[in-house]
Design a protein around this ligand. Structure first.
Ligand SMILES: [Zn+2]
Length: 154
């Protein structure tokens, strides 16, 4: 392994870096404790993940649930399902502290805005997916130990 401070190669069982003297144990401990998110942020991300997984799989595998009431093709239901599954990936990325997760959500909300307008919802009704982004943004701004989840994303 390598010293996290100076990059010097050191033995796996070393407790101190022979070059810069940093304590390996404390560096490792600090790094694992570094990222913290508020309990509600974790809850919201997991809740979003589960909801989108349920909605996505039902849109893809039982589209008749919707198509029997609305004039929507099975192909369009498949697209809506894929958008939901994309949101599942977005939630996983954010749970793994990857900033790209928010771009996944922004991209998907633009796609669903287009899909919603394509099926004849008006622009205002179509805006719901963008409100979801605003809520997600707010949830990522909740602080834990003085730090927001957003500023810890990489
Ligand atoms: Zn070192």
């Amino acid at each position: 392994m390598f010293c996290e401070k100076c990059g010097m190669e050191i033995g796996n069982d070393a407790q101190f870096c022979p070059k810069c003297g940093v304590s390996i144990v404390s560096v490792t401990t600090v790094n694992t404790n570094e990222k913290k998110r508020h309990g509600f942020t974790s809850f919201y991300l997991i809740f979003t993940l589960i909801c989108n997984a349920i909605v996505g799989t039902s849109y893809m595998f039982t589209p008749q649930m919707i198509t029997q009431y609305y004039d929507i093709s099975n192909e369009l239901m498949m697209l809506y399902g894929l958008v939901s599954m994309g949101a599942v990936i977005g939630s996983i990325l954010l749970l793994c502290w990857k900033k790209i997760g928010i771009w996944v959500f922004i991209g998907l909300s633009i796609v669903s805005l287009i899909l919603n307008m394509a099926i004849g919802l008006n622009f205002i009704q179509s805006l719901w997916s963008l409100i979801g982004i605003a809520v997600m943004w707010g949830v990522l701004r909740i602080r834990k130990n003085g730090k927001t989840t957003w500023e810890q994303l990489e």
